[in-house]
Design a protein around this ligand. Sequence first.
Ligand code: A2P
Length: 332
Amino acid sequence: MKKINLAVVGATGMVGRTFLKVLEERQLPIENFYVMASSRSAGSTITFNGKDYIVEELTENSFDKPIDIALFSAGGGTSEKFAPIAATHGCIVIDNSSQWRMDPEVPLVVPEVNPEDINWHKNIIANPNCSTIQAMVALKPLDDAYKIKRVVYSTYQAVSGAGLAGWQDLENGIKGEAPKKFPHPIAGNCLPHIDVFLENGYTKEEMKMVEETRKILHNPDMRVTATTVRVPVFDSHSESINIEFENAFEMSDLLAVLEKAEGLVVQNDCYNNEYPLALSAAGKDEVFVGRIRRDESLENGINIWVVADNIRKGAATNAVQIAQVIINGMNA
Ligand code: A2P
């Protein structure tokens, strides 16, 4: 197995640290390993696989050395500036920001869903939005089986999706302190407001879900709408998804389709109180689906409840899985 040189950009952040954890767990074949962040944390030490690494400041010269793959999670502005520099130097960037996701030259990939899109990258591959990733793992097998006509997303998103500052707003809010990150208290509250509001009255998070769903499922005309809500949960996003199909289905067949889907775990015994939960999905790499039931107001429709760890499958795990597909391709 060919060993690669790998860099983590934004290694000191919430997703960055989870990159390191997932890379350790999956034992990727790494020769040289680099951790990069801003000047604020340059010089500090990070332990990876039992070895200490000094955090380097990310600069225009960071990719002068041979790096095969760089996992970026350091914000859109950093990706905008530094991903093209890395790419020009022959490094494949897997970028967790929203900067490149809708660029027609950049594949947007969930490895269980559209691994074939990795093949046409030009050294930048985008990791989708956390809420989109978990929805795709459940929707793709259903789209293949019954052809999706329309999707309605309603999300219940954890504060960890807003980084450390979001996490602290909930922790401190429980003690009665005023919020610093969110515009309103998150403790004891639901905020129908994730990312900025756009001219159409939707938030950017909602439009990311709409546009990214269409791109990943290769269906630019798919009817998709979303309401995204921040809830007082530390980890894992939950989503209620209403799906209308072109084709008729038997419930037992549809359940079998979901049971067989890669990366998806069905927890659907509601009469025994079994359904996906944020607390039990936290720390796991799979996507969990349950509350699977026919939408009785439609001819061919269902409602489902989908939960996943937003920092793992919604960010770090998905990016590391993309890296694994690339490494396997190098060794094929
Ligand atoms: P640093 O710790 O030096 O600020 P989070 O999303 O959890 O806030 O993490 C953001 C990550 O992105 C951190 O690792 C942060 O590094 C890094 N980062 C932010 N701005 C830059 C930048 N201009 N150059 C490199 N890394 C950056």
